[in-house]
Design a protein around this ligand. Structure first.
Ligand code: A3P
Length: 296
Protein backbone atom coordinates (compact mmCIF):
# COMPACT_ATOMS: atom_id res chain seq x y z
CA UNK A 1 0.00 0.00 0.00
CA UNK A 2 1.09 3.57 -0.62
CA UNK A 3 2.73 5.68 2.05
CA UNK A 4 0.30 8.07 3.66
CA UNK A 5 2.63 10.99 3.00
CA UNK A 6 1.89 11.00 -0.75
CA UNK A 7 -1.59 12.35 0.01
CA UNK A 8 -0.54 15.77 1.09
CA UNK A 9 -2.59 18.78 0.02
CA UNK A 10 -1.66 18.88 -3.66
CA UNK A 11 -1.09 22.31 -5.19
CA UNK A 12 -3.27 23.39 -8.11
CA UNK A 13 -1.93 23.69 -11.66
CA UNK A 14 -3.63 25.39 -14.59
CA UNK A 15 -4.89 23.09 -17.35
CA UNK A 16 -6.37 25.06 -20.27
CA UNK A 17 -7.15 27.85 -17.82
CA UNK A 18 -8.72 25.61 -15.15
CA UNK A 19 -6.97 24.99 -11.82
CA UNK A 20 -6.70 21.25 -11.14
CA UNK A 21 -4.86 19.23 -8.50
CA UNK A 22 -1.26 18.66 -9.56
CA UNK A 23 -1.50 14.87 -10.16
CA UNK A 24 -4.47 15.47 -12.49
CA UNK A 25 -2.52 18.13 -14.39
CA UNK A 26 0.44 15.76 -14.71
CA UNK A 27 -1.78 13.03 -16.14
CA UNK A 28 -3.63 15.44 -18.41
CA UNK A 29 -2.68 13.94 -21.76
CA UNK A 30 -4.14 10.53 -20.87
CA UNK A 31 -7.32 12.15 -19.60
CA UNK A 32 -7.71 14.26 -22.72
CA UNK A 33 -7.21 11.20 -24.95
CA UNK A 34 -9.56 9.00 -22.93
CA UNK A 35 -11.64 6.74 -25.16
CA UNK A 36 -15.32 6.82 -24.29
CA UNK A 37 -17.62 3.98 -25.38
CA UNK A 38 -21.09 4.66 -26.86
CA UNK A 39 -22.92 3.13 -23.88
CA UNK A 40 -20.97 5.09 -21.25
CA UNK A 41 -23.02 7.23 -18.90
CA UNK A 42 -21.32 10.32 -17.53
CA UNK A 43 -22.37 11.93 -14.23
CA UNK A 44 -20.94 15.44 -14.32
CA UNK A 45 -21.01 18.02 -11.54
CA UNK A 46 -19.15 20.90 -10.00
CA UNK A 47 -17.76 19.52 -6.71
CA UNK A 48 -20.32 19.25 -3.89
CA UNK A 49 -23.37 19.64 -6.14
CA UNK A 50 -24.80 16.23 -5.21
CA UNK A 51 -22.57 13.88 -7.20
CA UNK A 52 -22.70 11.04 -4.68
CA UNK A 53 -26.46 11.39 -4.39
CA UNK A 54 -26.91 11.07 -8.17
CA UNK A 55 -24.42 8.18 -8.27
CA UNK A 56 -26.56 6.27 -5.77
CA UNK A 57 -29.76 7.09 -7.68
CA UNK A 58 -28.27 5.93 -10.99
CA UNK A 59 -26.73 2.78 -9.56
CA UNK A 60 -30.05 1.79 -7.97
CA UNK A 61 -31.94 2.46 -11.19
CA UNK A 62 -29.41 0.44 -13.18
CA UNK A 63 -29.81 -2.42 -10.72
CA UNK A 64 -33.60 -2.35 -10.83
CA UNK A 65 -33.82 -1.04 -7.26
CA UNK A 66 -31.84 -3.95 -5.82
CA UNK A 67 -30.38 -2.48 -2.63
CA UNK A 68 -28.17 -5.50 -1.98
CA UNK A 69 -26.48 -5.01 -5.34
CA UNK A 70 -25.96 -1.33 -4.60
CA UNK A 71 -24.24 -2.42 -1.36
CA UNK A 72 -21.65 -4.45 -3.32
CA UNK A 73 -18.94 -1.77 -3.06
CA UNK A 74 -18.37 1.89 -2.12
CA UNK A 75 -19.63 4.58 -4.52
CA UNK A 76 -16.13 5.37 -5.84
CA UNK A 77 -15.57 1.71 -6.79
CA UNK A 78 -18.99 1.22 -8.40
CA UNK A 79 -18.67 4.46 -10.41
CA UNK A 80 -15.04 5.41 -11.12
CA UNK A 81 -13.90 9.04 -11.12
CA UNK A 82 -12.54 9.86 -14.58
CA UNK A 83 -9.83 12.43 -13.89
CA UNK A 84 -8.81 11.48 -10.37
CA UNK A 85 -5.15 10.78 -10.02
CA UNK A 86 -2.69 10.28 -7.17
CA UNK A 87 1.04 9.79 -7.32
CA UNK A 88 2.12 6.27 -8.31
CA UNK A 89 1.52 3.44 -7.45
CA UNK A 90 -2.17 4.35 -6.99
CA UNK A 91 -4.05 3.59 -10.23
CA UNK A 92 -5.63 6.64 -11.84
CA UNK A 93 -9.29 6.92 -12.83
CA UNK A 94 -8.26 6.34 -16.45
CA UNK A 95 -6.29 3.19 -15.50
CA UNK A 96 -9.35 1.79 -13.73
CA UNK A 97 -11.86 2.77 -16.41
CA UNK A 98 -9.84 1.14 -19.20
CA UNK A 99 -10.31 -2.16 -17.38
CA UNK A 100 -13.97 -1.59 -16.45
CA UNK A 101 -16.43 -3.68 -18.48
CA UNK A 102 -19.28 -1.92 -20.30
CA UNK A 103 -21.74 -0.46 -19.63
CA UNK A 104 -19.75 2.00 -17.53
CA UNK A 105 -21.04 4.84 -15.37
CA UNK A 106 -18.36 7.49 -14.93
CA UNK A 107 -18.08 10.44 -12.56
CA UNK A 108 -16.40 13.69 -13.56
CA UNK A 109 -16.02 17.21 -12.18
CA UNK A 110 -14.47 18.49 -15.39
CA UNK A 111 -16.11 21.55 -16.93
CA UNK A 112 -17.76 20.88 -20.28
CA UNK A 113 -14.85 22.11 -22.38
CA UNK A 114 -12.35 19.80 -20.64
CA UNK A 115 -14.39 16.59 -20.90
CA UNK A 116 -12.60 14.21 -23.30
CA UNK A 117 -13.98 14.88 -26.78
CA UNK A 118 -14.73 11.19 -27.40
CA UNK A 119 -17.78 11.44 -25.08
CA UNK A 120 -19.40 14.06 -27.35
CA UNK A 121 -18.29 12.40 -30.59
CA UNK A 122 -20.00 9.18 -29.50
CA UNK A 123 -23.06 11.06 -28.25
CA UNK A 124 -22.82 9.53 -24.76
CA UNK A 125 -25.55 10.29 -22.25
CA UNK A 126 -24.65 12.74 -19.47
CA UNK A 127 -26.48 13.61 -16.27
CA UNK A 128 -25.45 17.02 -14.96
CA UNK A 129 -26.35 17.95 -11.38
CA UNK A 130 -26.23 21.64 -10.50
CA UNK A 131 -26.51 23.13 -7.00
CA UNK A 132 -26.83 26.78 -6.03
CA UNK A 133 -23.51 28.58 -5.60
CA UNK A 134 -23.92 29.49 -1.93
CA UNK A 135 -24.61 25.97 -0.69
CA UNK A 136 -21.92 24.62 -3.01
CA UNK A 137 -19.32 27.01 -1.62
CA UNK A 138 -20.17 26.13 2.00
CA UNK A 139 -20.14 22.40 1.29
CA UNK A 140 -16.84 22.65 -0.62
CA UNK A 141 -15.27 24.59 2.27
CA UNK A 142 -16.07 21.85 4.79
CA UNK A 143 -14.96 19.22 2.31
CA UNK A 144 -11.59 20.91 1.72
CA UNK A 145 -11.02 20.94 5.46
CA UNK A 146 -11.57 17.18 5.77
CA UNK A 147 -9.99 16.10 2.43
CA UNK A 148 -6.20 16.22 2.78
CA UNK A 149 -5.60 16.02 -1.00
CA UNK A 150 -7.19 19.44 -1.53
CA UNK A 151 -5.37 22.74 -0.91
CA UNK A 152 -5.65 24.24 2.58
CA UNK A 153 -8.98 26.11 2.61
CA UNK A 154 -7.99 28.90 5.03
CA UNK A 155 -10.77 30.81 6.78
CA UNK A 156 -14.34 30.80 5.51
CA UNK A 157 -13.92 34.43 4.44
CA UNK A 158 -10.76 33.65 2.46
CA UNK A 159 -12.42 30.60 0.97
CA UNK A 160 -15.46 32.53 -0.23
CA UNK A 161 -13.14 35.04 -1.94
CA UNK A 162 -11.36 32.18 -3.69
CA UNK A 163 -14.71 30.75 -4.82
CA UNK A 164 -15.67 34.12 -6.31
CA UNK A 165 -12.24 34.50 -7.90
CA UNK A 166 -12.66 31.01 -9.45
CA UNK A 167 -9.45 29.77 -7.85
CA UNK A 168 -10.71 26.54 -6.29
CA UNK A 169 -10.08 23.04 -7.63
CA UNK A 170 -11.98 22.47 -10.90
CA UNK A 171 -12.19 26.22 -11.36
CA UNK A 172 -15.15 28.46 -11.81
CA UNK A 173 -18.57 27.38 -10.51
CA UNK A 174 -20.09 30.04 -12.79
CA UNK A 175 -18.46 28.73 -15.98
CA UNK A 176 -19.18 25.13 -14.96
CA UNK A 177 -22.94 25.42 -14.49
CA UNK A 178 -23.31 27.74 -17.52
CA UNK A 179 -21.06 25.61 -19.72
CA UNK A 180 -23.25 22.51 -19.45
CA UNK A 181 -26.41 24.64 -19.54
CA UNK A 182 -25.39 26.10 -22.90
CA UNK A 183 -24.57 22.66 -24.33
CA UNK A 184 -27.47 20.66 -22.93
CA UNK A 185 -29.65 20.81 -26.02
CA UNK A 186 -26.80 20.02 -28.43
CA UNK A 187 -25.95 16.74 -26.67
CA UNK A 188 -27.78 14.08 -24.68
CA UNK A 189 -27.48 15.96 -21.40
CA UNK A 190 -30.07 15.71 -18.61
CA UNK A 191 -29.64 18.84 -16.47
CA UNK A 192 -31.03 18.46 -12.95
CA UNK A 193 -30.95 20.64 -9.86
CA UNK A 194 -30.03 19.55 -6.33
CA UNK A 195 -32.82 21.75 -5.00
CA UNK A 196 -35.41 19.98 -7.18
CA UNK A 197 -34.30 16.51 -6.07
CA UNK A 198 -34.53 17.67 -2.46
CA UNK A 199 -38.00 19.11 -2.97
CA UNK A 200 -39.52 16.26 -4.98
CA UNK A 201 -37.18 13.26 -5.21
CA UNK A 202 -39.72 10.95 -6.87
CA UNK A 203 -40.29 13.42 -9.71
CA UNK A 204 -36.56 13.94 -10.39
CA UNK A 205 -35.68 10.25 -10.00
CA UNK A 206 -38.44 9.45 -12.51
CA UNK A 207 -36.80 11.87 -14.98
CA UNK A 208 -33.47 10.08 -14.53
CA UNK A 209 -35.18 6.72 -14.99
CA UNK A 210 -36.79 7.87 -18.24
CA UNK A 211 -33.52 9.35 -19.46
CA UNK A 212 -31.86 5.96 -18.84
CA UNK A 213 -34.76 4.26 -20.64
CA UNK A 214 -35.50 2.06 -17.64
CA UNK A 215 -39.08 1.20 -16.90
CA UNK A 216 -39.31 0.51 -13.17
CA UNK A 217 -42.53 -0.09 -11.28
CA UNK A 218 -43.83 2.65 -9.00
CA UNK A 219 -43.00 0.68 -5.82
CA UNK A 220 -39.40 0.23 -7.04
CA UNK A 221 -39.18 3.97 -7.58
CA UNK A 222 -40.48 4.54 -4.04
CA UNK A 223 -37.82 2.19 -2.73
CA UNK A 224 -35.13 4.18 -4.56
CA UNK A 225 -36.53 7.40 -3.11
CA UNK A 226 -36.26 5.91 0.37
CA UNK A 227 -32.77 4.51 -0.11
CA UNK A 228 -31.43 7.85 -1.37
CA UNK A 229 -32.80 10.01 1.45
CA UNK A 230 -29.99 11.94 3.15
CA UNK A 231 -30.31 10.15 6.50
CA UNK A 232 -30.35 6.72 4.86
CA UNK A 233 -27.29 7.48 2.72
CA UNK A 234 -25.50 9.04 5.71
CA UNK A 235 -25.83 5.71 7.51
CA UNK A 236 -24.91 3.62 4.47
CA UNK A 237 -21.19 2.74 4.65
CA UNK A 238 -21.18 2.06 0.89
CA UNK A 239 -22.40 5.61 0.18
CA UNK A 240 -21.02 7.80 2.98
CA UNK A 241 -17.29 7.62 2.18
CA UNK A 242 -16.34 6.28 5.63
CA UNK A 243 -14.57 3.40 3.83
CA UNK A 244 -11.89 5.80 2.56
CA UNK A 245 -8.76 5.84 4.73
CA UNK A 246 -8.96 8.55 7.38
CA UNK A 247 -5.57 9.92 6.28
CA UNK A 248 -7.34 11.00 3.08
CA UNK A 249 -10.84 11.90 4.33
CA UNK A 250 -10.97 12.86 7.99
CA UNK A 251 -14.63 12.59 9.01
CA UNK A 252 -13.78 13.79 12.53
CA UNK A 253 -13.18 17.27 11.03
CA UNK A 254 -16.43 17.20 9.04
CA UNK A 255 -18.46 14.20 7.88
CA UNK A 256 -18.74 13.74 4.10
CA UNK A 257 -22.52 13.50 4.58
CA UNK A 258 -22.60 16.81 6.40
CA UNK A 259 -26.06 18.49 6.28
CA UNK A 260 -27.69 17.64 2.97
CA UNK A 261 -29.87 20.77 3.04
CA UNK A 262 -30.92 23.59 0.76
CA UNK A 263 -30.14 26.90 2.47
CA UNK A 264 -27.46 25.77 4.91
CA UNK A 265 -25.40 28.72 3.54
CA UNK A 266 -27.47 31.03 5.77
CA UNK A 267 -25.52 29.73 8.77
CA UNK A 268 -22.19 30.71 7.18
CA UNK A 269 -22.61 33.91 5.13
CA UNK A 270 -22.53 37.19 7.03
CA UNK A 271 -24.86 39.94 5.79
CA UNK A 272 -21.86 41.72 4.22
CA UNK A 273 -20.57 38.55 2.56
CA UNK A 274 -24.02 37.86 1.19
CA UNK A 275 -24.36 41.35 -0.31
CA UNK A 276 -20.92 41.21 -1.92
CA UNK A 277 -21.59 37.71 -3.21
CA UNK A 278 -24.97 38.67 -4.70
CA UNK A 279 -23.55 41.71 -6.49
CA UNK A 280 -20.69 39.67 -7.96
CA UNK A 281 -23.08 36.82 -8.84
CA UNK A 282 -25.35 39.16 -10.78
CA UNK A 283 -22.44 40.34 -12.89
CA UNK A 284 -21.15 36.82 -13.54
CA UNK A 285 -24.56 35.37 -14.42
CA UNK A 286 -25.87 38.35 -16.37
CA UNK A 287 -26.23 36.76 -19.79
CA UNK A 288 -27.70 33.37 -18.84
CA UNK A 289 -31.24 32.01 -18.58
CA UNK A 290 -30.03 29.61 -15.89
CA UNK A 291 -31.77 30.25 -12.54
CA UNK A 292 -31.06 28.74 -9.13
CA UNK A 293 -33.00 28.56 -5.91
CA UNK A 294 -31.08 29.21 -2.68
CA UNK A 295 -33.95 28.08 -0.46
CA UNK A 296 -37.00 25.87 -0.96
P1 A3P B 1 -23.41 19.29 2.39
O1 A3P B 1 -21.95 19.47 2.64
O2 A3P B 1 -24.11 20.59 2.14
O3 A3P B 1 -24.09 18.47 3.42
P2 A3P B 1 -20.82 15.63 -3.71
O4 A3P B 1 -21.33 14.25 -3.63
O5 A3P B 1 -21.01 16.29 -5.03
O6 A3P B 1 -19.45 15.75 -3.16
O7 A3P B 1 -21.77 16.52 -2.77
C1 A3P B 1 -21.79 16.35 -1.38
C2 A3P B 1 -22.94 17.16 -0.83
O8 A3P B 1 -24.17 16.48 -1.15
C3 A3P B 1 -22.90 17.26 0.68
O9 A3P B 1 -23.56 18.49 0.99
C4 A3P B 1 -23.72 16.04 1.07
O10 A3P B 1 -24.21 16.06 2.37
C5 A3P B 1 -24.84 16.16 0.05
N1 A3P B 1 -25.59 14.90 -0.13
C6 A3P B 1 -25.11 13.66 -0.33
N2 A3P B 1 -26.11 12.76 -0.38
C7 A3P B 1 -27.26 13.47 -0.21
C8 A3P B 1 -28.64 13.10 -0.16
N3 A3P B 1 -29.03 11.83 -0.26
N4 A3P B 1 -29.55 14.09 0.03
C9 A3P B 1 -29.16 15.37 0.14
N5 A3P B 1 -27.88 15.78 0.11
C10 A3P B 1 -26.93 14.83 -0.07
Amino acid sequence: SAPESIFNRFPLRMVHGVPLMEPIAQNWQRIEEFQARPDDLLIATYPKAGTTWMQEIVDLINNGGDVEKAHRAPTYVRIPFLEICSPKPIPSGVDILEKTPSPRTIKTHLPFQLVPKSFWKLNCKTIYVARNAKDCAVSFYHFDKMNVTQPEPGTWHEYLQKFMEEKLSWGSWYDHVCGYWDEKDKHRILYVFYEDIKEDPACEIRKVMQFLEKDLREEVLEKIVHHTFFQVMKENPMANYTSMPSFILDHSISPFMRKGEVGNWKHHFTVAQNEAFDAHYQRKMMGTTLKFRTHI
